[in-house]
Design a protein around this ligand. Structure first.
Ligand code: ADP
Ligand code: MG
Length: 309
């Protein structure tokens, strides 16, 4: 393609809210064989809401919720925000709120956490009033030797099979609470994956979430290839593994965790509503936040570069 053709294509992209940062990215896009999608905030809306809460042991539910809130107050993870607003609702809206049956009644409901520590890809840990509090994935609490038990184990499996992300809380080494969290697919996600398939392009889902939840969401969206329980540092490595046989790989992501993978991909595509660091690391930015624009971008590249063959 001539420099003029590349310029024209970049302009057409811009008209669709597709920011293409250079001719190299535009060229690579026509050879893409695999598109890797981050799950949370890319395929899903990234607006997690809590759908159920169960407490275990003899601590009352409002106390468990308040300890979980104390632990999450220092976290910047999207799940932390969902948990905090769920617990807060119980105090502010009284008996009408969804969480009221587990109402956190005390106005000073969030206690002070000490020794807060974020465990990447797993959750958070801290001490609250001398109690050891862990909040995060099943893997996080199990690694600390917390016994899940049969009843809770069954409940967790059921929720995961329904595509819910499950967050567990342990207090002083005892399982104390299980939250199920739903984060629905973006409306156009199925169409984007189907459209890519029709272009002969394979879609892969990449996530730090657990395997069962990831598989359930992948099935909803029509993706067969799933890479789950990938720690934040491991996402770029997975992209490189997919590239190892010469496959040209595009990666679509929105999060801080995704930026090394966006940089490693042949074509890094960031969601415009994503974090600044993801947008900086990407070659292409989808300003309309529409996953179908992945198809538009590849199409544009094919039209620009296949013509001269
Ligand atoms: P993703 O790839 O979906 O962005 P992350 O790597 O951020 O996932 O997190 C992976 C998993 O770790 C989450 O699904 C959740 O189970 C757990 N997790 C991470 N941070 C937190 C937190 N602050 N609170 C609760 N759970 C967390
Ligand atoms: Mg994400």
């Amino acid at each position: 393609a001539t420099p003029t053709a590349v310029m024209v294509a970049t302009g057409v992209g811009a008209q669709h809210g597709i920011l293409i940062k250079g001719g190299d990215a535009l060229e690579s896009a026509h050879k893409v064989g695999v598109v890797v999608f981050d799950k949370t905030g890319t395929l899903t809306q990234g607006k997690p809401t809590i759908t159920s809460f169960q407490h275990y042991g003899r601590r009352p539910p409002h106390e468990v919720l308040s300890l979980m809130a104390a632990a999450e107050e220092n976290s910047e993870h999207p799940l932390a925000g969902a948990l905090l607003s769920y617990a807060r609702k119980a105090t502010q809206e009284g008996p009408k709120s969804a969480a009221s049956e587990h109402g956190v009644k005390d106005t000073a409901w969030v206690k002070e956490a000490e020794g807060f520590e974020a465990v990447p890809g797993r959750g958070v840990r801290c001490r609250v009033g001398g109690l050891e509090v862990l909040v995060g994935s099943r893997r996080l609490v199990e690694e600390q030797g917390v016994e899940i038990g049969e009843q809770a184990g069954r409940h967790i499996q059921q929720e995961e099979a329904r595509a819910r992300t499950v967050v567990l809380a342990s207090i002083d080494g005892q399982l104390a609470g299980v939250l199920a969290i739903s984060d629905p697919l973006k409306t156009e996600a199925v169409l984007a994956v189907e459209g890519l398939r029709r272009m002969g392009i394979r879609s892969v889902m990449l996530t730090g979430d657990n395997w069962s939840t990831a598989r359930a969401i992948a099935e909803e969206v029509g993706i067969e290839d799933v890479l789950a329980e990938v720690l934040p540092g491991g996402k770029a490595e997975r992209v490189r593994q997919l590239q190892a046989d010469g496959t040209v790989v595009a990666m679509v992501g929105d999060g801080v965790n995704d930026s090394p993978a966006l940089a490693a991909a042949d074509v890094g595509i960031a969601i415009g509503a994503g974090t600044d660091i993801a947008i900086e690391s990407a070659d292409v930015v989808l300003m309309r936040n529409d996953l179908e624009d992945v198809i538009t971008a590849i199409d544009l590249s094919r039209k620009t570069f296949d013509r001269i063959r």
